[in-house]
Design a binder for this molecule. Structure first.
Ligand code: COA
Length: 249
């Protein structure tokens, strides 16, 4: 069976590549566990200076696997998705993301916790949590209104409006928007490899300083959202919306 998460090592860069093309890289519990483990390994391996999270030049990820959401929903903060996101948040090394094509749900949320984000101009980002009977996750209800203002954040989180890579860069959600998926992936790799030439301790301390002021609040919001999200997954609203997706496919 092909690995749904490919790990690639290039000098001091570890790339985590989502590789489930037939399902638009939708993330399963097993994939979250592998990602969580890889992030932990990268964090403790002194030879790794940066992590790159990416999909293909056509698709980043369609978000959480919807069948998994119905059959094996995360039930508490010990579930694989929480391990993955906790390790992303706590990673002391710089994490770079490269996004092309669709980045839905957690595919967009996780970008809020990466240090550098390169997107294709025509990438399609969306957080349709409320549309699916769910609610925001992993501190997006805190971070997005702060970054974008209440009105624009409400379009994204209450209406579930989609937006392009170009908009993401203009709003400060991404570092830069590139002309194609290939260009976004190449730029992200180039920038991530730059950390190999940098004084790694200084980079780590700088990241820690940038993250420290909000860390406690972000952890607290993640717990509050997580409790509601796991409840919402069992709600009639969510079950109707999620099984609607399954029936259409
Ligand atoms: N979970 C499980 N399977 C998914 C999936 C998901 N989140 N997203 C896509 N897939 C599967 C489809 O079921 C389909 O599988 P099939 O060929 O066996 O029927 C395959 O991936 C291709 O999806 P399709 O919708 O035909 O591709 P598209 O290019 O037309 O659209 C998306 C791509 C990502 C825009 C669309 O698939 C989508 O909206 N997915 C759901 C996103 C979502 O709501 N995620 C959860 C957020 S909380």
């Amino acid at each position: 069976m092909t690995e749904a998460i490919l790990l690639e090592r290039e000098r001091g860069l570890l790339t985590l590549r989502l590789n489930r093309p037939d399902k638009k890289n939708a993330l399963t519990r097993a994939m979250y566990s592998r990602l969580a483990e890889a992030l932990q390994e990268a964090d403790s391996d002194p030879a790794i200076n940066a992590v790159l999270i990416t999909g293909s030049a056509e698709c980043f990820t369609a978000g959480n696997d919807i069948a998994d959401f119905i059959q094996q929903p995360p039930s508490d903060l010990d579930s694989p998705v929480f391990h993955f996101m906790r390790n992303l948040l706590e990673c002391r090394k710089p994490v770079v993301a490269a996004v092309a094509g669709a980045a839905v749900g957690i595919g967009t949320t996780l970008l809020l916790h990466c240090d550098l984000v390169y997107v294709a101009r025509d990438a399609r980002l969306r957080m349709p949590f409320a549309n699916l009977g769910l609610c925001p996750e992993f501190a997006s209800s805190l971070i997005l209104p702060r970054l974008l203002g209440q009105a624009r954040a409400s379009e994204l989180l209450l209406l579930g409006e989609g937006f392009s890579g170009e908009q993401a860069a203009a709003w400060g959600l991404a570092s830069a928007a590139l002309g194609s998926g290939e260009a976004a992936l190449a730029k992200a790799r180039e920038m991530a490899l730059r950390f190999d030439e940098m004084p790694s301790e200084a980079v780590r301390i700088s990241k820690q300083l940038m993250r420290a002021p909000d860390r406690a609040l972000i952890r607290q919001v993640i717990e509050e959202e997580g409790a509601l999200f796991t409840q919402r997954l069992r709600s009639p609203e969510a079950l109707a919306a999620l099984s609607g997706f399954i029936k259409r496919h």
